[in-house]
Write a protein that binds this ligand. Structure first.
Ligand SMILES: [Zn+2]
Length: 286
């Protein structure tokens, strides 16, 4: 029967998978009260047509929010993503006609100072620029937890040269490495989701209320991409299509089956407004 074993072994492993049941168990593995709520803030906007975010949709105007999140516990906060300074905003090219909100970025900087921990969905400038380019980097670094893949990309292939940390800066950061999933804090699970960048991860949060949120970063740029299960169509982004398809498909299935779970897309401005209106996300930082 050796041939049978060989046939089984040759069966290709799925390119990517995640299991919500497993993630829920991990979310309860670290004892302690779960978070109370999640706040969102918009530090800038990008103006791009919808077809870039959702392949095949019309090239109609679409506002992309550039956001950061604050997970609030009774006794402290965890930041997810760090905003960005004006110079990083301008890097994204269309800076002159794209709004930047300095007072919102100042709120992010305050929130980073106050936070107990800082994590990022991925290592792109609009998500990590507020940390790397912060005047308070030395104070922020020891409470920042990056993945090995995130730090490696920042050092070896940063999106822009200004994001590359010096060896001294890199040594101050905390670095973890995990396969699949990682229990980060009570109610918080990191889910490795490489593709958009090598270090991309999705952050699952289970609140004390029982509500669940999935901070999906840039796996998609608009919730319509999840609903329609369609990839981005942005030639300047190099994403392994099989990985992205598997991740998008998972989000799509969760969206249609998990009524208690809110998928949060970093750059979806329409969704940000809707979630604030529905009380799913708090408007601004505390
Ligand atoms: Zn982004």
């Amino acid at each position: 029967m050796l041939w049978l074993q060989a046939a089984t072994a040759a069966e290709p492993a799925p390119v990517w998978r995640a299991d919500l049941t497993d993630i829920r168990q991990l979310a309860g593995m670290i004892p302690g009260p779960r978070p109370l709520r999640i706040n969102v803030i918009k530090v800038a906007e990008s103006r791009r047509t919808k077809n870039f975010a959702v392949k095949g949709l019309p090239a109609e105007p679409s506002v992309q929010a550039r956001t950061a999140y604050q997970i609030v516990y009774a006794d402290g906060t965890v930041m997810v993503d760090t905003g960005m300074d004006l110079a990083t905003h301008k890097f994204f090219g269309r800076g002159a006609d794209e709004p930047y909100f300095p007072e919102a970025e100042a709120r992010v900087a305050q929130a980073l100072d106050k936070a107990k921990a800082i994590i990022v969905t991925h290592e792109h400038g609009d998500h990590i620029g507020g940390l790397i380019r912060s005047a308070h980097f030395a104070e922020l670094a020891p409470k920042t937890v990056l993945t090995r893949a995130q730090l490696d990309t920042l050092i070896n292939a940063p999106q822009m040269p200004e994001l590359r940390p010096t060896a001294e800066m890199a040594a101050r950061l905390r670095v973890i490495d995990y396969d699949g999933t990682f229990a980060f804090a009570p109610g918080i699970v990191l889910i490795k989701a490489p593709g958009h960048t090598p270090g991309s991860q999705v952050v699952y949060v289970a609140l004390q209320s029982g509500k669940e949120l999935l901070l999906a970063g840039d796996v998609a740029w608009h919730m319509d991409a999840v609903r329609l299960n369609r990839p981005k169509d942005a030639p300047w982004i190099k994403e392994p299509s099989e990985l992205m398809a598997a991740e998008l498909d998972w989000l799509n299935r969760l969206d249609s089956t998990e009524n208690n779970l809110a998928i949060v897309i970093s750059h979806d401005e329409e969704q940000r407004r809707a979630y604030i209106g529905q009380g799913v996300l708090g408007d601004g930082f505390e």
